[in-house]
Write a protein that binds this ligand. Sequence first.
Ligand code: PEP
Length: 248
Amino acid sequence: MSRTMLIAGNWKMNGTRPEAKAFLEKLRGLKPEARPGRELLICPPATLIGEMAHPLAQLGVSIGGQNCHPGVSGAFTGDISAGMLRDVGSSHVIVGHSERRAMHGETDQLVHAKARAARRHGLTPIICVGETLAEREAGHAETVVREQVRASVPDGIEGEALVLAYEPVWAIGTGRAATLDDISMMHHVIREALAGKSDGAECGLILYGGSVKPSNAADILALDLVGGALVGGASLDAGDFMAIADAA
Ligand code: PEP
């Protein structure tokens, strides 16, 4: 099937200005603009978005946030709104990453509100879902992911305005990606869960995330329902990031 894949890099809490400069220099040499059929996206820490937006745009690479507040403005010390992300050049924002769900107590309801805020400001939310190892071992992986999709994805957002990322928690940063069968099965479950919502939403893309690297990207990205990858650790190296994009 020919489709535009999204290869998104999540830098998490990594990256200083000199590191961003070195990344951009290396990326420039790899000519990311010459990759038809792929949309490339980097989500650096918020401190680097304004600085990286223009050089990345010149290379045909989009930029996004890793999180946003559901509100517009106000007394929310330390938070950043979707409108602010848009203002500095973002096109996307990751919401509901498992690290935020686990370490900041983010619920499906909050993720839902953040995704709505993203849309209100013209950003495409990348809504993350995925089960923990304990949930998988207890045989609850499908049920957990179905419920996350039902409760985190707002009605009325669909098509290209909606990206989901299946990120099994146990695969993130562990070097142990999910099996191809498990990825296919869960992407199918997510499509079904979206279709079963009251508005029967269709999702533009469903990404896979969890220890994607140059050595496993081609097999994962060749799976029928996989629309791209959300890449953590490997996206910090421009060479690895482009090798993953080239595998798509
Ligand atoms: C992530 O943080 O979204 C992620 C998938 O990380 P990694 O690629 O390092 O497993």
